[in-house]
Design a protein. Structure first.
Length: 59
């Protein structure tokens, strides 16, 4: 199996979190995936972030 984020091989058992989809090779990749999911849930991928996403003025 390969990491859902970086495609490196996952350990046995893989690094997982019930709140984040996928299996990861390390806690770092899981943390990045969690952050991406959080930003997506907050609307940061839609262009309607209302100033609270990274890169927004004042956000």
């Amino acid at each position: 199996m390969s990491c859902a984020l970086c495609d490196l091989p996952t350990p046995n058992p893989p690094v997982t979190d019930p709140e984040v989809a996928g299996e990861y090779c390390c806690q770092g990749c899981l943390a990045v995936a969690r952050t991406v999911e959080d930003l997506t849930a907050d609307g940061c991928d839609s262009g309607e972030s209302a100033g609270h996403c990274p890169g927004d003025a004042g956000g």
